[in-house]
Design a protein around this ligand. Structure first.
Ligand SMILES: CC(C)(COP(=O)(O)OP(=O)(O)OC[C@H]1O[C@@H](n2cnc3c(N)ncnc32)[C@H](O)[C@@H]1OP(=O)(O)O)[C@@H](O)C(=O)NCCC(=O)NCCS
Length: 144
């Protein structure tokens, strides 16, 4: 692939944890100041992951699907945002949730990112709440 190209692939925590940690550390811990003990919540080994890589194979974005159908930890390195990487990761995880038999894909959106999720068919449910010091709303998308 040439410079500027990227692709999304499934990832497995046991094999890809270094790359997944690199993205999430840069985005959540450094950029958003989420405490590390909250970021590494012990559920990653049970999740299915998606990772986006640039043309040289370096990680640029990621996300995960929990066994209960919740999508989370959506992160794209700042310099790679606005090119469709996050959207491609999200759609991959939605497709995976559908394959796993979930009737609804759910996520807890940081409120600033709600327009991003709305553009992918998610609708807000319930009231705003705080998680890791960041305002969130629950959102969901029917899969059937
Ligand atoms: C949210 C995030 C994953 C989106 O990734 P991305 O690669 O920029 O997403 P895309 O390029 O596919 O789509 C971005 C689109 O969403 C829109 N959008 C609206 N609010 C946005 C927001 N707060 N952040 C990013 N995009 C937003 C953009 O305007 C853009 O629309 P356009 O394509 O019509 O211009 C990325 O911005 C990110 O990592 N943010 C920091 C971590 C974070 O907040 N994660 C979400 C936790 S719930």
């Amino acid at each position: 692939m040439s410079a500027g190209r990227w692709a999304v692939r499934p990832a497995v925590w046991e094999c890809d944890d270094e790359a997944l940690r690199l993205i999430r550390f840069a985005v959540f811990v450094v950029e958003q100041r989420v405490p590390e003990e909250l970021e590494w919540d012990g559920t990653d080994a049970a999740c299915e992951h998606a990772i986006a890589e640039d043309g040289a194979g370096s990680p640029v974005g990621c996300g995960r699907l929990l066994p209960d159908g919740h999508i989370g930890r959506m992160a794209v390195l700042r310099e790679w945002r606005g090119r469709g990487v996050g959207g491609a990761i999200l759609e991959r995880l939605v497709a995976l949730a559908r394959e796993r038999g979930h009737a609804v894909a759910r996520l807890n959106a940081q409120t600033h990112a709600m327009p991003f999720y709305e553009s992918h068919g998610f609708v807000a449910v319930g009231d705003e709440f705080d998680e890791a010091g960041i305002p969130h709303r629950a959102m969901e998308r029917a899969l059937r």
